[in-house]
Design a protein around this ligand. Structure first.
Ligand SMILES: [Zn+2]
Length: 325
């Protein structure tokens, strides 16, 4: 939606019209708003962000946070992307201090489509399906009454559907039998492919399998629709997005390490990925709209070249790229 976004905060709303693109001080293509048409009484004054265009963009910055493991003992591959339960609890405390409301990924996308995103809305997401989500993350989320979305790689899950098992991380994974309980706790479950390949290196038949199969398996296990998909490693492109849409998903998450905004492609929503080296200060700054860029549509030449390289490698190896094969 361009040039007609309405958001409401405590009965006093703001209306934004006149979205345009501009070159920012750092040379990134960013989005800016026609300030003359913005009224947002009651919203706080923002701090300048990393792009030097802080105040103009703050009403629309949406942090969609991406976690993997929440544990003291991550495996080697996931360790750089793991946070301890203590740090996770501190993150939730900072979200509360900064007065954020957390909704599920699909709730955010519904609000974006309707033009009703409240200021200070955040989304907490998890990728892969580590068992520590249920052990460590869920109790903390529940104590703060925060919603979240967890994206599961169905071939990695433990339990009954062993005939669908794929090689995966050494870390303990969620069990199929735990999933109904997660749904009952208000967690949105999304698909994260079946075998965690680099989706943009796949053939059409492989792409269909990696999008249709996890949806069918999860819906069968949960008895509810699965609306959301997250691309493994964030790798996608127009073709991958088309297959994902055709498989029946309503939206999809990428990575991009950037803030989401109301004009984000619903099939490539930017997320900010937490890594073990991120400080609490960085986390707080993200919630204040700084230390990360704003999602921009389109791909850089570097991204395109990197995909060509990975595709070439996948063709030579005659199998899709993946971290776990
Ligand atoms: Zn993943």
């Amino acid at each position: 939606m361009v040039g007609g976004i309405r958001s409401v905060a405590g009965g006093t709303g703001y209306v934004i019209a006149g979205l345009r693109r501009e070159q920012t001080l750092r040379g990134h293509e960013g989005l800016s708003w026609n300030m003359a048409s913005i009224q947002h009484p009651g919203t706080r004054r923002s701090s300048p962000n990393a792009l030097g265009i802080g105040e103009k963009l703050s009403p629309q910055l949406i942090p969609v946070l991406l976690y993997h493991a929440v544990t003291e003992n991550p495996g080697r591959l996931i360790a750089p992307f793991a946070v301890t339960p203590q740090v996770f609890e501190q993150h939730l405390g900072i979200l509360r201090e900064e007065q954020y409301t957390c909704v599920t990924f699909s709730q955010l996308l519904d609000s974006l489509a309707a033009g009703t995103v409240s200021p200070r809305t955040a989304v907490i997401t998890f990728d892969d399906g580590y068992k520590d989500f249920a052990d460590n993350a869920l109790p903390a989320l529940q104590s703060h009454a925060y919603a979240a979305t967890t994206y599961l790689t169905t071939g990695f899950l433990a339990g009954s559907k062993l005939h669908h098992k794929e090689p995966g991380p050494a870390d303990p994974m969620l069990d199929w039998a735990q999933l109904p309980e997660l749904v009952a706790s208000g967690i949105e479950i999304g698909a994260h492919s079946h075998s965690h390949p680099q989706m943009d290196t796949l053939t059409a038949a492989q792409l269909r399998r990696e999008t249709y199969l996890p949806k069918a398996l999860l819906e069968d296990a949960l008895g509810v629709g699965v609306r959301s998909f997250a691309y493994p490693h964030g790798y996608n492109g127009p073709r991958v997005r088309r297959f994902t849409r055709d498989a029946g998903y309503d939206n999809a998450a990428g990575v991009r390490n950037a803030f989401t905004h109301s004009n984000n492609d619903p099939f490539n929503v930017a997320r900010l990925m937490l890594q073990s080296h991120h400080s609490l200060g960085t986390f707080r700054n993200w919630l204040r709209g700084s230390e990360a860029p704003i999602e921009t549509q389109g791909e850089s030449l570097k991204t395109k070249l990197w995909r060509d390289y990975r595709r070439g490698k996948a063709i030579l190896r005659r199998r899709p790229g993946s971290e776990y094969q």
